[in-house]
Design a protein around this ligand. Sequence first.
Ligand SMILES: Nc1ncnc2c1ncn2[C@@H]1O[C@H](COP(=O)(O)OP(=O)(O)OP(=O)(O)O)[C@@H](O)[C@H]1O
Ligand SMILES: [Mg+2]
Length: 252
Amino acid sequence: MAILSVSEISRHFGGLIAVDRVSFDVEDGEILAIIGPNGAGKTTIFNLISGFLPPAEGRIMFKGERVNGRPPHHLARKGIVRTFQNARLFKNMTVLENCMVGMHLHNKSGLAAISLRLSPVVAEEASFIKKACQILDRLGLYVRIHEKAGDIPFGEQRLLELARAEASGPDLLLLDEPAAGLNLLETQQLARQIKRIRQSGITIIIIEHDMRMIMSLADRVVVISSGQKIAEGPPFAVQNDPAVIDAYLGVA
Ligand SMILES: Nc1ncnc2c1ncn2[C@@H]1O[C@H](COP(=O)(O)OP(=O)(O)OP(=O)(O)O)[C@@H](O)[C@H]1O
Ligand SMILES: [Mg+2]
């Protein structure tokens, strides 16, 4: 069953058509890659799906419900969580605090209870800390929990973004170029973690330029060029598609 179904979504910026009637489905439990040249419209598609931009037209269905135009925090609570192309960590906060930021989406205690620090709040906070530590441990970041996020190496900062997204309990995780700036070893480590997250039952859409990573990770690939979907299919078929090769060589 499709967890996400995107139909004919479009978005213009002034005279520029950034996304032009794009449609695709994402099946429950799969890893779908979105690829395409720079400026093709990939991040804009993420902005539309995650509510950071309302689509000009089209329909976005998530778990059978139309979610067009809902704000990001509402969609995050429903289970759509994203990471950003450029790291958006709170650099002066600790690794643990950064990881816990997304968990407060699911805070059950009311504001009054939180400010009074009633015992259920303290218990909930303790369970959040425990869960965050488990997630950070799986990502190899446990030794860093008390360090400032801005002080840890870049590769670990990218893993921390993944930890934070995982901690907010998504059903659908959108990763925007998570391997950008990573070396080969770090990229392989990241790919292993993404596979593990999928095995835990989370559906993933990943925007990525690293073809080797896509080949090893994605079940299916959607190719975007100049705002339009130009190909869709298994990674090896898409890689050899003449329209895709043309788009990358700039002769399409
Ligand atoms: N908020 C915005 N206002 C105006 N133009 C925008 C905005 N966001 C994106 N664009 C333009 O829309 C087009 C698609 O941009 P987008 O960031 O979606 O591409 P992309 O495929 O993610 O590229 P990259 O691989 O470089 O990240 C580009 O021409 C970009 O300049
Ligand atoms: Mg982008």
